[in-house]
Design a binder for this molecule. Structure first.
Ligand SMILES: [Cu+2]
Length: 160
């Protein structure tokens, strides 16, 4: 290659000589660096788009509750037990109790509300309640629990 030199200008020549190798070393490096950076950018975009799509499908079975409403929670009544017995939810969440036993249960809260009294949930029947006030809500099945601590009991903890 041609030597860049201007006679009589040693400082300029040193600068020219110093510039040469630097541009040559950056040249081959910058191409993979560009592709690497691009790959990372697309990877991040992919994560964001994929996450949004996953979130969308995950939220949809929530029962058409709208954008703000969180996914519902299900408690199964099986073998004379609430499963899970203790649940923690957030304000606005709906809990659905499903009776999977071949006999009647009920969901009766200590606070006074419930599925409608003694044995009000026949086999296969469901009952739902949307919780709007933070608190601790003990409940029982009146058929299978004498109080709110023994037998067929459960607790809903609602966080604000
Ligand atoms: Cu019961």
């Amino acid at each position: 290659m041609a030597e860049e030199k201007v006679p009589g200008y040693p400082r300029l020549n040193r600068r020219l000589a110093g510039r040469g190798p630097r541009t040559r070393s950056i040249g081959p490096l910058s191409v993979p660096l560009f592709f690497f950076t691009t790959a990372i950018i697309f990877f991040v975009i992919g994560l964001l788009v994929g996450g949004a799509a996953l979130g969308g499908t995950f939220l949809q079975p929530g029962g058409g509750a709208g954008r703000q409403s969180p996914v519902g929670v299900t408690v199964v009544e099986k073998n004379v037990q609430f499963v899970p017995a203790n649940i923690t939810i957030t304000v606005g969440q709906t809990v659905t109790w499903v009776n999977q036993d071949p006999f009647a249960h009920d969901v009766t809260f200590q606070a006074g509300f419930g599925s409608g009294g003694l044995g009000s949930q026949g086999p296969g029947q469901t009952w739902s309640y949307t919780f709007t006030q933070p608190g601790v809500y003990p409940y029982r099945c009146q058929v299978h629990s004498p109080d709110f601590t023994t037998g067929m009991v459960g607790v809903v903890i609602e966080k604000g």
